[in-house]
Design a binder for this molecule. Sequence first.
Ligand code: UGA
Length: 447
Amino acid sequence: MALKITVIGTGYLGATHAAAMAELGFEVMGLDVVPEKIDKLRRGEVPMYEPGLEELLRRHVAGIEGSTGRLRFTMDWAELGEFGDVHFVCVNTPQRHGEYACDMSYVDSAIASLAPHLKGPALVVGKSTVPVGSADRLAAYLAEHAPAGADAELAWNPEFLREGFAVQDTLHPDRIVVGVRSERSEKLLREVYATPVEEGSPFVVTDFPTAELVKTSANSFLATKISFINAMAELCEATGGDVAKLAEAIGYDDRIGRKFLRAGIGFGGGCLPKDIRAFMARAGELGADQALTFLREIDSINMRQRGRMVELTRQELGGGPFLGKRVAVLGATFKPDSDDVRDSPALNVAGQIHLQGGQVTVYDPKGMDNARSLFPTLGYADSALEAVRGAHVVLHLTEWREFRELDPAELGEAAAERVVLDGRNALDAEAWRRAGWRFRAMGRPGA
Ligand code: UGA
């Protein structure tokens, strides 16, 4: 009989995973402890902006006309335990308040709520990003607290999806990594991922600590690449070099590669910043902190870029205080094609300028509601053109396609001064200059 799958936690990761599992043909039940999320999902609505996810969900959610009916949602742990053969844990692991370490309370409470309902053989699969050593601890907890005892097994299967590409990354992963302790667990996971494996996704089988480390080391490597190129941008600025050309030229070496070498205001979001910090904290607990001290520098290079953007803006405004200056900010989300503003470099820059007395007006294609609730005191406009109207300087801080398609001549008519700073190295400098703008980008020669 076909496997039945449950997904615990319906954020970015869980909602996408649940819909993808239904797309692969499984009967799926999703659980969340937030009633509003469940109500929305039952209506086929996604609680965040993620391209393609709503369509995928609507194709499978039971009760929606024309759907396969393979995907249902519940808040009832007993129903979930009864239903599933394989339970994916997809809850959030944020940074703890006032500390670098990861907050494991959602994972711990999901496992504690599920355990008493595992009465027969079951596989619990962790997907959340956790400190190395967690799987070991959680496996012991399950064996002790599940009525099925040792038949309630654990596996760790980290997730590598990117926001904005979540559906594609989940249905066609570039690798599947499973940390397992038994042949039975491996066999079950091979069954779950049979379709992508047939299509060519590599399937890497390993132990618990390696599976956990693969995730945090992958994100640390990506963060390192970004901070590396931003450090080179600082050197380019000091020497008159051009970081975009530099990135292109080193990127032709395929040992280096061209991806993730876009200099600018740096990385943000719900993953990279908190993951490198949690990794450092965990290394400290394990007595291996020296191995990761370089990540402290990666973090500080990254955070420094936000301050550099503020200073560059100040310079362009004549070097004095921001008081009385109108600043248009294009972009609020931490990256394009997402409405996520968690630890967004764009909003951080906007907030710093606002706190120093600048009159900031923000526009973002999808992130306005989230930005407003995080930073209610900033000004907001309904379009890029409205944000730019009357501005003394325009900051391009999130590289949405919409911003690359703007007409610099039309914006020039609306702005008080034609000065634009590209914090993402994504605009066409020549097109802006032709329209009379003074154009500056981080790590590139000036106007
Ligand atoms: C990241 C990883 O890329 C995923 O593989 C991982 O699964 C995910 O975290 C996670 O841990 O769940 P995501 O947070 O969606 O995915 O964002 P990225 O695409 O990695 O971008 C992160 C930040 O780096 C963004 O703020 C982006 O603007 C910035 N970035 C990216 C640069 O500044 N320069 C670049 O060249 C690339």
